[in-house]
Design a protein around this ligand. Structure first.
Ligand SMILES: Nc1ncnc2c1ncn2[C@@H]1O[C@H](COP(=O)(O)OP(=O)(O)OP(=O)(O)O)[C@@H](O)[C@H]1O
Ligand SMILES: NC(=O)c1ccc[n+]([C@@H]2O[C@H](COP(=O)(O)O)[C@@H](O)[C@H]2O)c1
Ligand SMILES: [Zn+2]
Length: 265
């Protein structure tokens, strides 16, 4: 029977999940934001997970993709887009790196960041020594950090992506097998269907993905729309309206900064 008590107890024991989406976000679209809502609903509905946070991690300028706007603009637009969300945040670590990083490395960084945030890292490094007392500021405590009684397990980190990104695992030379194994085997994947893709078939045809199938959640977007950043850029360059495809403040910023070849009025 439903009770608030049981609900609270279940939420306390159900593994928590942080969803991270890596991509160009050039620019961020409503569909990028919607992907998070779809992923969270689907995971929560399994009853096996409880999503607590979403992270948008834009790729750095070193990705060198055609027409990639500078990271400072892409991150600014993401900040505008997440203003109306109370659970998705921008993380600029990836975009600030001095070289392009494989997605596996980005996930590993965030895995470690989560572990230390949740106090699971019990070996303090000498450079991060903690103050022992408030009165003696210079005295440090090198013992293992205090584990709060009843402290929780760190959340699981899962890569959130569209099915085109999953299918790009099959592009020769683009992803290493080791990275795919770590992403899917160690972390996990939440994949949103996209027009022209067939993620179930793609998984079926891959021995590796089939082996880790339990770690992959395919989420069907029934209200299909094919918002694509490439098509948005094209429309902008042609002076066409992109209203209702991107958040209004993102459109304002694009026009202000004359990004993506927006013609003068
Ligand atoms: N319409 C969509 N449906 C499902 N997933 C999407 C959609 N648009 C983007 N995504 C997903 O969002 C993530 C980031 O995508 P990305 O920044 O490449 O957007 P994009 O619209 O595909 O842009 P581009 O056309 O520049 O490649 C990827 O995992 C991608 O699959
Ligand atoms: N080997 C890899 O880790 C690998 C290869 C290709 C793309 N990616 C990532 O996938 C995302 C793809 O974005 P785009 O669809 O905009 O190219 C980016 O975040 C990019 O860094 C990772
Ligand atoms: Zn893309």
């Amino acid at each position: 029977m439903f009770s608030l008590h049981n609900l609270k107890r279940n939420m306390a024991t159900t593994p928590k999940v942080v969803l991270i989406a890596c991509g160009s976000f050039n620019p961020v679209t409503n569909m990028h934001m919607r992907m998070f809502e779809l992923g969270r609903d689907a995971l929560n509905k399994t009853g096996r997970f409880h999503v607590i946070e979403g992270i948008i991690s834009p790729v750095s300028d070193h990705y060198k993709k055609k027409d990639l706007a500078p990271a400072k603009h892409r991150t600014h637009m993401i900040k505008q887009a997440i203003k109306t969300s109370d659970w998705i945040r921008l993380d600029t670590w990836e975009s600030e790196q001095s070289q392009w990083l494989e997605t596996e490395k980005v996930l590993t960084h965030h895995r470690e960041a989560l572990d230390s945030r949740y106090n699971a890292n019990i070996h303090p490094t000498p450079t991060k020594r903690r103050k022992k007392t408030k009165t003696n500021e210079d005295e440090v405590d090198n013992s293992a950090p205090r584990i709060v009684a009843g402290s929780e397990e760190p959340p699981v980190l899962k890569l959130l992506c569209g099915a085109d990104l999953l299918e790009s695992f099959g592009t020769p030379g683009l992803w290493s097998d080791e990275d795919i194994e770590t992403i899917v085997g160690k972390h996990g994947l939440v994949c949103i269907t996209r027009a022209g893709t067939n993620p179930q078939k793609f998984i079926y045809e891959s021995d590796m993905l089939t082996k880790f199938q339990e770690n992959i959640l395919i989420v069907t977007e029934w209200m299909t729309n094919e918002i694509s950043a490439t098509k948005v850029r094209r429309a902008l360059g042609r002076g066409e309206s992109v209203k209702y495809l991107l958040p209004d403040p993102v459109i304002d910023y694009i026009r202000e900064q004359r990004l993506y070849g927006v013609p003068d009025k």
